[in-house]
Structures are given as C-alpha cells and as structure tokens.
Ligand binder design. Structure first.
Ligand code: BTN
Length: 224
C-alpha cells in the first residue's frame, strides 16, 4: 500500500510508526514536501514542495546492510533511467550521481524486525541553497511523480530479491570510483579503490600497500 501525504516533517517517522503497527512489507509513505527531511549522519535532506520524490519504504528482509543499501541503489538507478531517461552512476554506498553531483540519496534505518528505506530524489529543476549548489544536482525532469514511485517500488521488489553476487556485480558495473580511483574517506583516509568485498564493503589500498575495508563513510574522489 502507498500513502501519499502533502507535507510531513519526515516520511521516515510515519513509515517507522506503520512498521511498528505491523504493516505489510513494501508499504510506502511518500510526501510532496518534508519540513524536517533526514539525511545520513544526522544531516538534513532539502525537501521543498513539489520538486523531489521523498519516500520511505518498509522492508522486511533477511539480508543485512550494506547489501540492502546497494540493492536499493540499483533499484533507484533503474527507476530513474526508466522513467526519466537520465543515467545516474552509483557512489558507494548510497548516493546517485548525475554528472558527478548528487541527485538522489538513500537512508536505511533498522526498526525492530523491519528496515525503513528512505529515498530522496531531486526530480524537478531546483535552486539549491549555497552550501549544496556545487555538490547537488537534479534530474531536471517533468516526469509524473506517481509513475516514478510505482516504477521505483517495482524495482525495489526486484533488486532486494536478487542474490548477493548479482547485486555486487551490477553495483560494481554501475558505480563511480570503485576500481582504481584515488579517493578520500571522510577526510581521514586516502588511497586507491580496490572494489567491493563479498559483503559489499569497500576496499581501499593506501600508499603503504595496506588493504583497508571501509564499512561506512563518505567517499569522494581526491582533488589532486
Ligand atoms: C542521504 O543521502 O543522506 C540520504 C537522504 C535520504 C532522504 C530521504 S527523503 C525520504 C526519506 N525521508 C527522510 O526524512 N529522509 C529520506
């Protein structure tokens, strides 16, 4: 079942409540506006009215993150391409980039036995606030939000049911930065990306030859 709301602080809170009440898997809560949209790491998600798709989906799955996050990335990418024709690349673990700037993000939270997948997609042309202007992008699409949401839900059902190996292969194929790119992780580690391990974690080789496994973090291409 899909719930469309006009304005809500965050669809995450509504989906969380529905999950606690025992709603079915793939129940979705979408809003035309969020007044307190949540991003990862305590950040906010810019959610002005009528410009983006803001949706939280209740998942009841056995696979733990990060593979779920990677499967969701593939689902978002597929739905965007099908409905708008825009091809995004994936930035491990949870961002979708258009021409190197972030056009969509994914937030996965665990609540009891459910996972809440929060997805924000910048759909219409948006005037971003100054702190986001150089790093955020929009799909600049006039697509129908319902069509995008329905396609997204179908893609989520598909990708969250695929075997881990397929998710890893397809994510790697669609990703930016995964193999042989110099990156920094949260400004604390710099090295060359060396693909994903079998759990979906990122491997980075530092200058001293050591291989590091990154469990979470913001990965950015190095400036040099
Ligand atoms: C990120 O990249 O930091 C994740 C952004 C997730 C934003 C979406 S919008 C719908 C859902 N409701 C929220 O408050 N956040 C997620």
């Amino acid at each position: 079942m899909t719930h469309w709301l006009d304005s809500v602080p965050s669809t995450m809170d509504v989906a969380q409540r529905l999950a606690a009440e025992g709603c079915a898997a793939f129940t979705a809560v979408a809003a035309r506006e969020q007044t307190a949209g949540q991003g990862r790491l305590g950040r906010s998600w810019h959610s002005p009215p009528g410009t983006g798709l803001y949706v939280s989906v209740v998942l009841r799955l056995e696979d733990p993150p990060p593979l779920v996050t990677l499967a969701l990335g593939l689902a978002v990418r597929e739905a965007i391409a099908r409905v708008t024709g825009v091809e995004c690349s994936l930035r491990w673990p949870n961002d979708l980039l258009r021409d190197g700037r972030k056009a969509a993000g994914i937030l996965v939270q665990k609540h009891g036995d459910a996972l809440i997948a929060g997805i924000g997609i910048n759909v219409r042309p948006i005037e971003f606030p100054p702190d986001l202007a150089s790093i955020a992008a929009s799909l600049e699409s006039e697509c129908d939000f319902n069509a995008l949401l329905e396609t997204l839900l179908a893609s989520i059902r598909h990708w969250t049911a695929r075997p881990a190996q397929e998710v890893l292969v397809e994510f790697t194929r669609a990703a930016a930065y995964l193999d042989g790119t110099r990156v920094t992780v949260d400004d604390r580690l710099e090295g060359i990306t060396a693909g994903l391990d079998d759990s979906g974690f990122l491997r980075i080789r530092t200058g001293d030859g050591k291989l590091h496994t990154i469990l979470a973090g913001g990965v950015r291409a190095s400036r040099s």
